[in-house]
Design a protein around this ligand. Sequence first.
Ligand SMILES: *Cc1c(COP(=O)(O)O)cnc(C)c1O
Length: 367
Amino acid sequence: MISTCGITTLARRDVVALPRYAPDITPCVVDVSDNVNLWGAPPAALRALTTTAMSASRYPSVYAAPLRDAVLRYLGLSDGQGIDVVSACGSDDVLDATMRAFGEPGDEIVFAAPTFAMIPTFARLNGLVPVAVPMTPDYEVDPQQLVDRRAKITYLCSPNNPTSTALSRATVEYVVHHAAGLVVIDEAYAEFAPESFVDLVTKVERLVVIRTFSKAFGLAGLRVGYGVGSTDVVEPIIRARGPYKVNALAEAAAIAALGEGGDGIGWVTAHAALAVENRARLAAALRRLGFEPAPAAGNFLFVPVARAQVIAQAMCRGGVLVRALSGLPQDIPALAATGGNALRIGVGPWDAMERVLDAFVEALACA
Ligand SMILES: *Cc1c(COP(=O)(O)O)cnc(C)c1O
């Protein structure tokens, strides 16, 4: 019989070793700490929640086929191109299921650091070994270094979280054509970027592009994300994810957000355009203060700042919550200059950005 003294010894070691995700969630008047849509959600999606509420007692569609069809239309792809879509409980869930579907225990997943903080976590939970290679001094990734690792999975993130920088098409194409295994491109912020690489899924079999309804689409609370790729890549991810992962209300809201008109996709694109405009304005204001945000392609700015934690705490006292990052790799000269410290600031309505700037200036003076 298995001894039950010290029940945690029964849990998998990889799981016990992993702490919970614990971002700073101090309540602040202006919260620009997590890159969500600061204008809210598309009205059509909110209406869909009310009209679908009555179906709460029924199971949702097994594999979210209606959402799959709406996503294919949105991306300008169609059945018959050998393409399929997997959706899940946030793109986090798609990333997790992708690693489970393709990674045998001990396989490697390679990425350029710093990148999305959940990647090493999901890797370890699935028995994979996370391998970080440095970014180049100009926030690019060296495609040769990624490819040379010959990892089972190569993870690219463009625009990248936390740097907000986009990869060049040349880099992405080199990786998708030369990587030894599966290539994942995380495009959580595609709607704010000058270009998307989703077109590559019709040309390259080993690729899955992952997107979310949590950022531009304003539906972070509903947890919907998706991956698109060749049928042969998507099918194992669908199996690894399992049925019923997108709940009925979330599916209805996501489909409504993709729907034609100013309350659906029109709302999304209009507010993404505003975010891009305010991103440039905020970056210019920060440059006037003597800071150099990384060239941004997402709805947030990455600003190397010394003593980021102290500055963020002072800003919080001023009613503004930003994400403070420390211990970042210092291969990038701008980060070496700040001891690996930076702030990540979400971009939203301009009056909120003015609050951010005021709190930042005050924090610099006092902290
Ligand atoms: C926010 C984010 C996600 C997670 O999105 P969910 O769909 O809310 O799980 C995935 N990747 C990156 C790079 C992100 O910044």
